[in-house]
Design a protein around this ligand. Structure first.
Ligand SMILES: [Zn+2]
Ligand SMILES: [Zn+2]
Length: 171
């Protein structure tokens, strides 16, 4: 029989979490190289913060909306990125929100992913334009000409319905 130091007990209790964090942070590595060593520490800190936020988000979602499926880590990470680069910003900042080779009627074959609510509800530069008719993103049942340049979605805006406002409303 030998006395066990307290640190061993602490290690045994929390090593599972550390292993999980290591596994999750290895999943989607930032693919870059830098000669500045401290950049790696910075990106690791960001990675840990995003994983912690994702874990928190899943816990909250389970309590608040148990029937809703949580975003996978990859999608969550992407949505944090989009929110940070686009929320509260005009279109010229960060990655352009609309296709750079924008022609008057650009062909939109690929389904664009929905922007995170932080961007959708930031109340900045959601300019309506007139496009060819497509299904409304908000009510889905109707077709609309009005298109939000920032969110890249069609929304009803006529005497009967204002899905444009409802879609961008904060609550
Ligand atoms: Zn609508
Ligand atoms: Zn919008």
């Amino acid at each position: 029989m030998v006395p066990r130091p307290a640190i061993v007990d602490t290690y045994n209790r929390f090593m599972g979490g550390v292993d999980l964090l290591d596994m999750l942070s290895a999943l989607y590595k930032f693919n870059f190289r830098s000669r500045r060593w401290y950049i790696y520490i910075w990106w690791h800190t960001v990675t840990v913060a995003v994983i912690n936020a994702w874990s928190r988000y899943r816990r909250d979602l389970e309590k608040l909306q148990p029937r809703q499926k949580a975003l996978p880590l990859r999608r969550f990470q992407a949505s944090v990125g989009t929110a940070l680069t686009s929320a509260g910003k005009v279109k010229k900042c960060g990655r352009p929100l609309s296709s750079p080779e924008a022609t008057p009627t650009p062909p939109r074959k690929r389904k664009t992913p929905e922007l995170p609510p932080d961007v959708r509800k930031d109340g900045l530069h959601h300019f309506p334009t007139w496009e060819t008719r497509q299904r409304c993103k908000h009510c889905v049942g109707h077709f609309a000409h009005v298109y939000c340049e920032k969110c890249r979605v069609h929304l009803c805006l006529n005497k009967d319905r204002n899905c444009f406002q409802a879609y961008h409303h904060s609550k």
